[in-house]
Design a protein around this ligand. Sequence first.
Ligand code: PLP
Length: 342
Amino acid sequence: MTESPAWQRMGSAAIVSPAPLTMAQIIGARRRIAGIAMRTPLRRSEVLSRRCGVPVYLKIETMQPTGTFKIRGAASQILALGDTERRAGVITVSTGNHGRAVAYVARALGIRCVVCLSSLVPTNKISAIAALEAEVDVGGPDQDAAYARATARAAADGLTLVPPFDHPAVIAGQGTIALEIAEDMSPVGTNLVPLSGGGLIGGIAVVAKALDPATQIIGISSARSPAMLESLKAGRPITVEEKPSLADSLGGGIGLDNAFTFPIVRNLVDQVRVVDDEEISDAIRFAFETERLVLEGAGAAGIAALLGTPPGLLPGPIVAVATGDNIDLGVWLASAAPRAPA
Ligand SMILES: *Cc1c(COP(=O)(O)O)cnc(C)c1O
């Protein structure tokens, strides 16, 4: 990635500097979220270690309340709000998992919560959010349309927007994963991180690169909506068409007004790889057969990348973040079933 300290937004005179997100902010986030988010295990995978020729570990974020790491970022931002903001309530936009995490934290604190979703969000995720007593606002063809609704309602109703990735407190929350990994294993050769908006990989990269600049940070995106990858190639945030994918949690753009995750990813992430739905499906089945882990498509992206990588290519030890398990039962069964002979 380029080393440029600033990036130029096309079509406007604004020059936005990469937000300095510090270790101190991430350590602060960890203190705030303790008690709501879990400290998750880092578990060695014997089968993947043998295949890759170096030790491979899985960070089991599926154990979090609500089934994904998203609770870290949501708790980090909401617990940093003052009394007035908490009283008014929060609003968010989500491909499902972030909305569920925000709803969970809001309910734990007894504050109002509105979640805006596009019609691409699977019904199992919508019901899980409604079950947490959040107000659900579903509609529009994609994540960008849902985002526009959320910002408009935030302004009209005086609600605080809890963005799914592009906010320093959210990124800091996700970065707490890397603090835990460092306590359990050091040094790390390669971090494999499912990548959509970049909050997760951004937070992890800030910590991992501060501790050891040699650690490789590799983002894994869905071939069906690689918005961050295309933006990196273009040198500025751009929109890509969002197609339905087995990795529904990796859908959505990075925001044309992206201020934080794009510069962090551009400066700190070493490589972005894409995986297609067939590789993701194979990884979902593999995770169950060898690890007895149920993963959603996005959660299996790191394993999908590993299964498609020749042994010896990535420096070990490798840590793949198993990010989530919110998958519809029918979709999971279709992926986990042995593939029909061609
Ligand atoms: C949100 C999410 C991701 C991607 O995180 P970003 O911060 O948007 O890059 C990956 N996996 C799962 C399960 C998610 O919910």
